[in-house]
Design a protein around this ligand. Sequence first.
Ligand code: KIV
Ligand code: ZN
Length: 499
Amino acid sequence: MADYIRIFDTTLRDGEQTPGVSFTPEQKLEIAYQLDRLGVDTIEAGFPAASRGEQQAFKEIVKAGLKAEICALTRTLKDDIDAALKCDAPYIHTFISTSEVQMKHALGMTTNQVLEATVRAVEYIKDHGVICEFSPMDATRTKFPFLREVCMAAEEAGADRINIPDTVGIMSPQGMEDLIRRLKQFVNVPLSVHCHNDFGLAVANSLAGVAGGASQVHVTVNGIGERAGNAALEEVVMGLHLIYGKKTGINTRLLYATSRLVSQLTGIILQPNKAIVGENAFAHESGIHTRGVTVEPLTFEPFSPEVVGRRRRLQAGKLSGKHGIRAELEEAGLYPTESQLKRIVQRVKELGDKGKTVTDADLLAIARTVMGEVEEEKIVKLTDFAVTTGIRVIPTASVKIVIDGKEYIAAETGVGPVDAAIKAIQKITNRLANVRLTEYRLEALTGGSDAVAEVIIKVEDDEGNVVSARGAREDIVMASVEAMINGINKLLLKKRKKS
Ligand code: KIV
Ligand code: ZN
């Protein structure tokens, strides 16, 4: 087994064959620069025979003077090869179908014709002093004696590398390892594997190909490509480095940035649980896990997220514990007291029990609200609240409030439910202080209609005392009421402390 495994990236060719994906020449160049920084050995930059745009993009990538080898894909046709040569391709990857089903129905050629076309194309490419990689397309459904024959013929004709495509992704890892090991007995040039993901095995089959003796792997960023895609670069590379003990030229710290760029330019959003680059790949929610990783990250992580350019995320939810939530808040610069932390955890769990995902922004809003509440015995406590609103109904709110142990009830109407609720509260609290709302700001922190809403207010009394307060609930009216009660308590405490 070779120690150094070449990474042949085909994001700009097979990746572009993803349904709905088409790069402009500028986008191709931008991705090529990033792949070069990442450290891939080869960039398959396109299929020049396909269009003028392909030729223009290909030429620009060749001219960019990247460290990576720039490769063009061609069929074994002279015209295709000439188009690649015209674009100054220093490396040509030429392919022809070798399985019975494809030779018969896609090419209409016999085995002899396929052999002749292979030899002719490889010789023609080598006559132009260009690196030549040959692919017997659908190799894994090709009868072994013919596969062996065509690979040996390509080698004899001068091919520098032979790539074995699992074109419709039907291999098992064991089958791939055996096939490469078997072929290596007959082929002396380096072997490569190109695996598709139809059964979700592209990465496993690529790694198995390496175990069988392949020294190069074809991959795409984020695993994009025809149908279910190709082997994902980031997964293959991390598997090679950390499971198979192999080396590649990849700077793994750039994996996440590369994934983001390709996702942004293709418009393909990654599944959150995608290995290495998915949003949840380094996120922890359950109390046991968050506690574990804050004490020793290796307890529940295979490697540190920084290795692939990422950061650990502790997600608040109903399974979270105090430890994880405290760590997450401290990272954001918030240091709650024990009793505040207890209330924050309780509110996070309440939201989780209602089926809500608590985003980082939600957690911070809850924490800011709880931490902004007065810690001492509250002077004003809301014990009941109801509001009605509608099209032909005047918005009305009724509140029950306890002040210094005595219960008060009031109802008010307003232009909307928030206005009615605040007026009803003021009607009661005005007997202690004339509190005016001077500023009101509403922020919905997450996307849906069940978003946690954060309300930030400023209130003022007749003596010129001003305080700001917050509320954070899934219900805008409740968030407003919470902010108002918090504000009134803060003002009253300020007044009492002065007197
Ligand atoms: O999947 C495949 O067989 C290919 C060939 C062009 C190598 O992409
Ligand atoms: Zn392919």
